[in-house]
Write a protein that binds this ligand. Structure first.
Ligand SMILES: Cc1cc2nc3c(=O)[nH]c(=O)nc-3n(C[C@H](O)[C@H](O)[C@H](O)COP(=O)(O)OP(=O)(O)OC[C@H]3O[C@@H](n4cnc5c(N)ncnc54)[C@H](O)[C@@H]3O)c2cc1C
Length: 451
């Protein structure tokens, strides 16, 4: 009998995403019998979804730059990466017959830019190594005797395990399995869990009806966005509710934190401003940009440069050029290259009076203030911030208060931008937790071998 869970001589890995499957592989390779449990009818659903956008597995930048992507959690994540980082991940994929390539941005993708072939080969190898899969097994927590409790198609099942790896994911895209329902289960057991919050997420903007109807779904590119000390060039997409896409995601942690701080400073936040709970509902209709209700937290301002590469002086001179009988729209298009959705944004976010003044209009083109009101709900985010906190785990990723129980993947309290950093940390922490569980089991295995 282990300290926590009746010993079935097998290890239970709960959660069949990249983190759980990697832990299962390490354990199976170490000679341990492994059962993978997942609430969904099949494993790896979010991984497959990531494959729909090309499956950015990892990144080819130098190790120190790579580790820095985890911000304040860098020192926590770095040892996992040292054991199983970008290079090891690529070699591992090659071992499954999946070639990878480095894109022009340094991002690493499988040659086929899909997740399904990799997952298929991986599951085949895991089954061949003796890993057993139990689908439609929703983990409910622990019974009084320490057994794991599962809701299954044949009713409640109690399972004993020599050790347990929890790899339950974050709280976004609940329909793919990771719904964050584990948060209260662990909190009740005294595990410190930082509230799950949206990461790599879009933001609400109070678009006018006219703008929304005309431009929702349109990409804005190229554009430079500045917030705080951060400045990034790229592209984003106008959504019905606001903005989303890679440029916004790159700044989203800073924007989210600033909006939260602002909400706290100005009084109690509205439900759509704070999304600590895993099941944030869709925000109520927001007032338009021009008619924001007074007294509400107003969000933060992102500055957009709609004409990267052009100086404000040049733009001023171009806009000041006599336009004759031409409309302002075609004048801006021919003189400043501002057309379509960029012209719409300029109209949406600039006071009417500024249109009459070339210097002010040029200044707006170079630093257009876009008010972001709140992060979109957690369920829509690419990933979650928050989760099981570092201090609650030992170096082997075992919960200090629940010996024999390990945690891995997005359910841990780290966050990172897109670029392959999410999957890499999931694989790496799964690897670390698998190794940790092996080390934990070693004395028991040695003594049973001796008997
Ligand atoms: C649209 C999209 C695109 C993405 N693209 C990329 C990308 O290109 N590159 C990148 O690095 N990252 C990407 N990500 C993020 C990446 O997919 C996740 O970070 C990663 O899948 C998390 O892995 P995980 O193993 O920790 O959790 P998950 O993959 O979420 O797996 C958790 C598993 O636990 C199971 N589970 C949860 N609760 C229970 C329970 N109570 N009982 C039993 N089972 C349970 C779930 O069913 C699920 O199978 C993307 C995410 C999304 C949503």
């Amino acid at each position: 009998m282990s300290e926590f869970g009746c010993d079935g001589g097998r290890v239970a890995v709960i959660g069949g995403g990249p983190a759980g499957l990697m832990a299962a592989e390490v354990l199976a390779r170490g000679g341990v019998a492994v059962d993978v449990y997942d609430a969904m009818p099949s494993v790896g659903r979010k991984f497959l979804m990531a494959g729909k956008s090309g499956l950015n597995l990892t990144h080819a930048e130098p190790c120190a730059d790579f580790a820095a992507r985890y911000g304040a959690r860098r020192d926590w994540v770095a040892p996992w990466l040292a054991e199983f980082g970008a290079r090891a991940l690529r070699e591992w994929a090659h071992g499954l017959g999946i070639e990878t390539f480095v894109g022009s941005s340094g991002r690493v993708f499988p040659a086929e830019m899909k997740a399904a072939p990799l997952l298929r080969a991986w599951l085949h190898r895991l089954r061949a190594a003796g890993v057993r899969f139990h689908m439609r097994h929703r983990w409910l927590g622990w019974e009084a005797d320490g057994a794991l409790a599962f809701d299954t198609p044949s009713g409640l099942q109690k399972v004993g395990a020599g050790a347990t790896v929890l790899a339950l994911g974050g709280g976004s895209w609940a329909r793919l399995g990771s719904d964050g329902a584990w948060v209260p289960m662990l909190a009740q057991r005294g595990v410190a869990v930082a509230p799950l919050r949206p990461a790599n997420c879009g933001f609400d903007v109070a678009w006018s009806d006219h703008f929304r109807e005309k431009f929702a779904g349109r990409p804005v590119k190229p554009v430079v966005a500045t917030f705080g000390g951060l400045r990034r060039q790229g592209e984003f997409v106008i959504s019905g509710n606001g903005v989303e896409g890679s440029l916004i995601y790159a700044l989203s942690a800073a924007l989210r934190d600033a909006i939260e701080a602002e909400g706290e400073a100005k009084g109690p936040p509205r439900s759509q401003d704070r999304l600590a709970a895993p099941h944030g509902g869709a925000p109520a209709a927001l007032p338009s940009n021009s008619a924001r209700a007074p007294g509400r937290p107003g969000g933060v301002t992102l500055l957009l440069d709609l004409a990267p590469g052009k100086t404000v002086e040049r733009l001023t001179a171009e806009i000041a050029h006599p336009r004759g009988s031409r409309s302002m729209g075609s004048h801006l298009q021919s003189r400043a290259g501002i057309a379509g959705v960029k012209a719409g944004l300029l109209r949406e976010c600039t006071a009417k009076e500024d249109y009459a003044d070339p210097a002010r209009l040029a200044a707006a083109v170079k630093a257009l203030p876009l008010r972001l009101i709140a992060p979109r709900p957690l369920d829509e985010a690419i990933s979650s911030a928050g989760g099981v906190m570092a201090e609650t785990l030992d170096e082997q990723l075992m919960l200090r208060t629940l010996p024999g129980v390990f945690c891995a993947g997005e359910m841990l309290d780290w966050e990172a931008p897109t670029g392959g950093y999410l999957l890499t940390a999931c694989f790496a922490s799964g690897y670390a937790a698998g190794r940790g569980a092996l080390a934990w089991l070693q004395p028991k295995r040695s003594s049973s071998a001796a008997n």
